[in-house]
Design a protein around this ligand. Sequence first.
Ligand code: APR
Length: 257
Amino acid sequence: MDDNIKRAAEDIVEAGNKKVVALTGAGMSVDSGIPPFRGKGGLWEEFDPEVYAHIVTFKQDPAKSWKMLKDLIGLITRAEPNAGHFGLAELEKIGFLSCIITQNIDGLHQRAGSREVIEFHGNNRWLVCLDCEKRYEVSEVFPLKEVPPICDKCGGNKLKPDAVFFGEMIPPENLSRSNREAVNCKLMLAVGTSAVVYPAAGMPEIAKRNGAKIIEINPEKTPLTSSISDYIIEGSAGEIMPEIVKGVRQLSKQKIN
Ligand code: APR
């Protein structure tokens, strides 16, 4: 077993009962076939999310935002959780993980069995008409008949995913619960996030200030790596997470025996 994976398993066991929090980002779902927002190889090289997923763009020109959204939501709808999602679900089941703070809107953590999930940026299960407020389940609108989709109640063309766009507020309950979890944890796993979009990217800083260890799992270094993280395990979430959980299981068995 890679030294840092062994070290992470030891740190998790040492943190103890429900003292680990995971902050996850788009990299978590790359092994499920959903491209990340930033970095190479992403579908989003074509679409800058800070333009296409900005609330001002959406209100002025929903057809422009929907060029990106139709592919993203289409992909998410077909995706399945990967071994990384299942690893975190297992870590909760065996008593170490307090919660996941996810920036993802794909619902894959819950589908893998995680129960305590803070959807920091909302989710993709619902669409809401910004003109008349009618809500639609994604399955009522997808596959799309037209781009942008039209509200069948008011005829408006502003059906927006119920996720947080750039320029919108984080739901206050998500922010306050995440802050609390970051303050109280003894260890934070930052998995598959580039850690550049605030306030989510500030959670490891809060945890660190309150004495927690920070472990990154990411094939690439991030702004956290040199300043905040104790160490990084360089690799994909789908490969690394199950290995860490295996190590945690072995160590906690040894402790019992
Ligand atoms: N496993 C783990 N990490 C990976 C993998 C993988 N298989 N593949 C890529 N990564 C890493 C990349 O190296 C990068 O650091 O995942 C990170 C993805 O970064 P972003 O695309 O910026 O995703 P995220 O951090 O979630 O973005 C934050 O920005 O566009 C907004 O609202 C959107 O929630 C999103 C927010």
